[in-house]
Structure formats: structure tokens, C-alpha cells
Write a protein that binds this ligand. Structure first.
Ligand SMILES: *[C@@H]1O[C@H](CO)[C@@H](O)[C@H](O)[C@H]1NC(C)=O
Ligand SMILES: *[C@@H]1O[C@H](CO)[C@@H](O)[C@H](O)[C@H]1NC(C)=O
Ligand SMILES: *[C@@H]1O[C@H](CO)[C@@H](O)[C@H](O)[C@H]1NC(C)=O
Ligand SMILES: *[C@@H]1O[C@H](CO)[C@@H](O)[C@H](O)[C@H]1NC(C)=O
Length: 430
């Protein structure tokens, strides 16, 4: 349930120093006066965006902004089937769009209460209004009906940590917004979404398709220490074995992996959890090396066990956190941030993304990396912060959550990117 989700998830503190940097570079935004200035600036930016949009519409022969048009595909793009041109959809900017959000949390029964910020008292809803606009091409407007038609008799599975769950719930809402009868969407084992289970499988009965979530924060297997392991070893991560849930998701038609937040000392060695390969437990191996090995194991598993002619396989990269003035457990906060960070991404590739890209490129075309890290880095405004539980609930942990996202919100944009790639790959392959 929410409480568990929150407690476990609030612990997902990363050792990557990205958020620290962000804190430094943006602490001035916290000042009310400067926040006002920033808002004025943002308004100007909006106007500029609209001018830019109009300009683009013009040069693209006046095609409507959201429609997939021949004009759009005559530019480079993710939507372009004919030319070999590629559009980097992760290179772009956030633009204000009054047509957003794609759904309201009050209309979607499939969101953990922990992500229902507006219903939990968040006073501003600016964070629901930003749409991701790639520089060199347009994304198709999300159409739940269309995606469900393509998913008919198929399965899509999200495998990873609680941020993966965040994204999965977003996808449930985006898809179910196309379904008038919400009762036709249900968890196959009757489990409530607020119960934190190892996995949850939602069936869309009208389409005979399922949208599934498997909790596997490390992706590889975690288990008790082997016999004769050194003292102090309570558990191990088997860097050479996939998480035990793999049998359940291996045959899915679309797989969306994520991992990262749990690769920290707090979640491993500080708890007596060390790294194991075969029968060997290493007390020395550093976390970065272990992470590389886990991704190699994933890649080899997918190459060997997943029919990638049938299954689309994605890895969604690290989702940055935005704690300021501390971490989750000692007063770190982000609740007063109402706007994205409009300064540009520092250009530094995060270690996590670098590692992934390096490993996955050893066998290109097996697992497609969705590099949402830079775009997400600027969305300091989208976290559940104080609003991860209802007001006045003494049983919930105190403290802010600056790692998970309000829904509707940032994960919807990741899913729009997924949608664009999903459609394109089904159109070209199947
Ligand atoms: C969404 O897709 C369906 C099926 O492809 C189509 O009939 C419908 O017109 C689309 N809706 C919009 C708003 O484009
Ligand atoms: C429903 O989808 C599953 C695959 O997810 C497939 O095996 C099954 O045959 C489908 N059922 C019908 C009635 O088409
Ligand atoms: C996948 O497709 C390729 C090319 O069409 C084919 O050579 C290969 O055998 C297929 N693999 C599987 C597992 O079906
Ligand atoms: C407070 O949280 C608990 C556990 O999460 C829940 O059972 C209860 O209904 C909540 N109470 C209110 C007033 O929201």
C-alpha cells in the first residue's frame, strides 16, 4: 500500500551526484522574488514558444500542430519511415500546452494515492501543463485507442523499481482514458493498486491485452548469502542471474526496464548485501562495477531468452531526484518549486547513462535505451514532495518525496516517447 510504497521509495536515494549539482545551480530559484522573476521569464518563454510553434506550422505548410502529417514526416523524425534520418527525440524542450494533462487523476482509478498530488492538496497544477517538444521533429499526439488496438492480444510489462511503477501507473491512466467502462480494466488477481505487491497485472478486457508491473529494483536476483560466505554478508545480489520474476515477463510483447536508484551503499553494502557471481561473494567490488555487470547480465538474458523479432525491449534511463537542503530523511525538500528549470542541461552525461549506453551498444538493436535523464533533470517542479499522502495522516512518514512524480505529470511524457517508438516499430516490423 501507499505507506509501504512511500517508505521504501523514500529510501531510494541515489549516490549519483547529479541532484547535488542541481541544488547548487538552482538554489536561487527558491527565493520568492527570484521565483517571481523566473515566472515572468517563463511567460516570455511561453510567448516565444507560441511564436516558434506558429513559425514551424507555417513552414510545414500549415499542418495542425498535433496531427501526424506528411509535413512532419518530411522533416527528420522518429515518425519518419521512409528516409533513414534520425531525430533525437530526447533533445528538446518543455513547452506550455493548454491541452495537457492527458487525463485527470480524479478520472483514473489506477493511481496509487501517493502520486495523486492535486487530491492530496497540492495547490498548483502548472506541472501538469508541460509537453515535451523534440527539437528536430514532432511527437504524435497520444491516442489511447490507437495504442490499445496495437496492443490487442499482447502484453506490455514494466520491470524495475518504484519509478518504473510510477511510469506504469501513468501508462494505465493514459490507456484507460480511452476506455469509457473502467470496470473492464481490472487486476487479474483482484489485487488493489494500493497494495504493494511483487507484481500487478491489469487486463484491458475489450482488447485482451495486459499492462503489467514487476517489482525488481536491481533487475538481477537478490537472495540470502551462500553457505560459507564471509561474516557480515547477510544477502547477496546475484550479478549473473536475472530477478526471479523473469519467467513471468520473458514472453511479453513490450518490455520496459529501469534500474538505478537502488544501486547505492544504503541499499546494498550498508545493509550487508554484497555482490555475488557464481559461488563467489566479493566484499570489495564497487557499486559502479556491479551495476555494469547487472546490465551485461540483462543484455545477455534478452539476447538469449527474448525473441526480439517479436518483443520490443526498452531501457528507460535514470530519473533524476531534486532534493534540496538535505535528503529525504533529514528535511530535503522541493515542494515550493513550481516551474521547470529553464536553464540548460549541464551537458554532463550522467555516469548511469554512460554505463548503459556503453554496455547496450555492444549489441545494438537488442535493448533500446530511452534516455529520459536530461529532459527529466529539468523537471524539478514535478515531484510529489509534500503531497505524497493525504493531509493530516499521522501514520504516513514525515518528509518530502523529491524522487517520485505526481500523476498526471512527467512520466506521461516518457510514455509519449514510448508511444512514438512503439508505433513506429510496429509499423515497420509487423
Ligand atoms: C485515435 O485512434 C483511433 C483508432 O486508430 C481513431 O479512430 C481516432 O480517430 C483517433 N482519435 C484522434 C483524436 O485522433
Ligand atoms: C489473448 O491474448 C493472449 C496473449 O496475451 C493470447 O495468448 C490469447 O490467445 C488471446 N485470446 C484471444 C481470445 O484472442
Ligand atoms: C528473427 O528474424 C531474423 C530475420 O528475419 C531471422 O533470421 C531470425 O531467425 C529470427 N529469430 C527468431 C528467434 O525468430
Ligand atoms: C491514513 O493512512 C492510512 C494508511 O496509509 C490509511 O489506512 C488511512 O485511511 C489514512 N487516513 C486518512 C484520513 O487519509
Amino acid at each position: 500500500m501507499t505507506k509501504n510504497t512511500t517508505q521504501q521509495d523514500m529510501n531510494t536515494i541515489s549516490r549519483l551526484d547529479l541532484s547535488k549539482k542541481l541544488k547548487q545551480s538552482n538554489s536561487n530559484l527558491l527565493e520568492p522574488f527570484l521565483a517571481f522573476l523566473a515566472f515572468t521569464l517563463a511567460s516570455c518563454l511561453l510567448v516565444a514558444c507560441f511564436v516558434y510553434i506558429n513559425y514551424q506550422t507555417l513552414i510545414f505548410h500549415g499542418f495542425p500542430w498535433f496531427k501526424l502529417s506528411s509535413a512532419a514526416s518530411s522533416t527528420v523524425g522518429v515518425l519518419d519511415h521512409e528516409s533513414g534520418d534520425m531525430c533525437d527525440v530526447y533533445d528538446g524542450r518543455w513547452v506550455w500546452d493548454d491541452n495537457y494533462p492527458l487525463y485527470q487523476s480524479s478520472d483514473c482509478p489506477f493511481i496509487d494515492s501517493g502520486f495523486r498530488c492535486l487530491q492530496n492538496g497540492r495547490p498548483d497544477s502548472f506541472y501538469t501543463k508541460w509537453r515535451w517538444q523534440p527539437k528536430a521533429c514532432n511527437l504524435p499526439r497520444f491516442n489511447g485507442t490507437k495504442m490499445l488496438e496495437k496492443l490487442r492480444n499482447r502484453r506490455i510489462a514494466f520491470v524495475g523499481d518504484s519509478i518504473g511503477r510510477n511510469q506504469w501507473e501513468s501508462m494505465l491512466c493514459m490507456l484507460s482514458s480511452a476506455i469509457p467502462n473502467k470496470d473492464s480494466v481490472y487486476e487479474v488477481n483482484g489485487n488493489p493498486i494500493t497494495k504493494h505487491r511483487g507484481f500487478l497485472v491489469f487486463r484491458f478486457a475489450d482488447y485482451n491485452c495486459t499492462v503489467e508491473y514487476y517489482r525488481a529494483p536491481f533487475l538481477v536476483a537478490q537472495g540470502s548469502a551462500p553457505r560459507g560466505a564471509p561474516k557480515g554478508v547477510k544477502m547477496t545480489l546475484r550479478l549473473d542471474l536475472m530477478d526471479r520474476t523473469h519467467r513471468q515477463w520473458v514472453d511479453a510483447d513490450v518490455l520496459v526496464f529501469n534500474s538505478g536508484h537502488w544501486w547505492s551503499h544504503d541499499k546494498t553494502t550498508n545493509r550487508g548485501c554484497y555482490f555475488q557471481e557464481g559461488m563467489e561473494v566479493s566484499l570489495e567490488m564497487d557499486i559502479a562495477t556491479a551495476f555494469v555487470k547487472s546490465i551485461e547480465t540483462l543484455l545477455n538474458f534478452v539476447r538469449g531468452q527474448v525473441n526480439t523479432n517479436k518483443t520490443q525491449v526498452y531501457f528507460r534511463t535514470y530519473s533524476p531526484e531534486h532534493f534540496r537542503g538535505g535528503v529525504w530523511s533529514n528535511g530535503g525538500h522541493c515542494h515550493h518549486i513550481k516551474l521547470p528549470d529553464f536553464s540548460s542541461y549541464p551537458g554532463k552525461t550522467e555516469a548511469h547513462v554512460e554505463v548503459l549506453s556503453h554496455v547496450l551498444s555492444k549489441h545494438p538493436g537488442v535493448i533500446e535505451m530511452m534516455n529520459v535523464t536530461p529532459m527529466t533533470y529539468t523537471r524539478q517542479d514535478g515531484h510529489t514532495s509534500l503531497y505524497h499522502f493525504g493531509r493530516g495522516n499521522e501514520t504516513e512518514p514525515a518528509g518530502e518525496d523529491c524522487s517520485h512524480w505526481c500523476l498526471p505529470g512527467v512520466p506521461d511524457s516518457w510514455n509519449e516517447l514510448l508511444y512514438a517508438r512503439f508505433l513506429q516499430r510496429y509499423d515497420t516490423v509487423l
